[in-house]
Design a protein around this ligand. Structure first.
Ligand SMILES: NC(=O)c1ccc[n+]([C@@H]2O[C@H](COP(=O)([O-])OP(=O)(O)OC[C@H]3O[C@@H](n4cnc5c(N)ncnc54)[C@H](OP(=O)(O)O)[C@@H]3O)[C@@H](O)[C@H]2O)c1
Length: 188
């Protein structure tokens, strides 16, 4: 079981543009072959921040949305927020706030042997990293730059990530799979 930040990102390190839009990503359609379904089959619990949840709500579930979809995740979801958010029917969601460590514990219990997926955003993944809980990153790097937006991982990473694999998908994507290392020290 690993805690994994799996996300698409622009070449210059943004996972959404300044308007929280993803059309820069959706213009490419699905990756071929699509690795996401295999990844999701190995996931037992997910976590996301409120902007990501609100994006899902606005696009697929709000009264204004003309894109009615079922909740896409077959596993329990933890949504980090400090404010009330709209509920989504039939979505197995828990709203939580603050320290990621107790949430990580609850997610691990729910997931059993399966992985924990940090959906995003980047700072939430960074909070798991800060707590020494992030094990891997899988980054699908698209061949576009955005010049600004929601940052991929607003942290200094040291020691360096260890590259496990790099695969190309057509002319527009590289998938980078890293393990995360930590420099734990007994020094005060
Ligand atoms: N490219 C991709 O594949 C991909 C993947 C995922 C997401 N996205 C997109 O990327 C963007 C990410 O947005 P974002 O950077 O704002 O990140 P986010 O993690 O989705 O949302 C950040 C917000 O979550 C809440 N939050 C985070 N940590 C918290 C904590 N420990 N306790 C309580 N609340 C906490 C805070 O808001 P409040 O306290 O005000 O609620 C914070 O401002 C979204 O547009 C999303 O749709 C893209």
């Amino acid at each position: 079981m690993a805690t994994i930040f799996y996300t698409a990102t622009s070449l210059d390190g943004y996972i959404a543009d300044q308007n929280n839009a993803l059309d820069w990503l959706f213009q490419f359609g699905e990756l071929e072959p699509n690795t996401f379904d295999d990844f999701l089959a190995g996931v037992g619990a997910i976590a996301m921040g409120s902007t990501t949840y609100q994006w899902l709500y606005d696009h697929d579930f709000s009264a204004e949305s003309d894109n009615s979809q079922p909740w896409p995740y077959p596993v329990p979801a933890w949504v980090f927020t400090s404010r009330p958010l709209p509920l989504i029917a039939d979505a197995d969601v828990r709203f939580v706030e603050g320290d990621v460590r107790p949430v990580n514990r609850d997610m691990a219990i729910a997931a059993g042997e399966k992985h924990l997926w940090i959906v995003g955003g980047g700072d939430l993944a960074g909070q798991f990293y800060d707590a020494g809980l992030l094990d891997e990153m899988v980054l699908q790097v698209a061949s576009v730059t955005l010049g600004g937006g929601a940052p991929l991982f607003p942290r200094r990473v040291d020691p360096p990530l260890q590259l496990l694999s790099a695969n190309t998908y057509g002319a527009n994507f590289v998938e980078l799979h890293y393990s995360v290392s930590y420099a734990f020290s007994d020094q005060p």
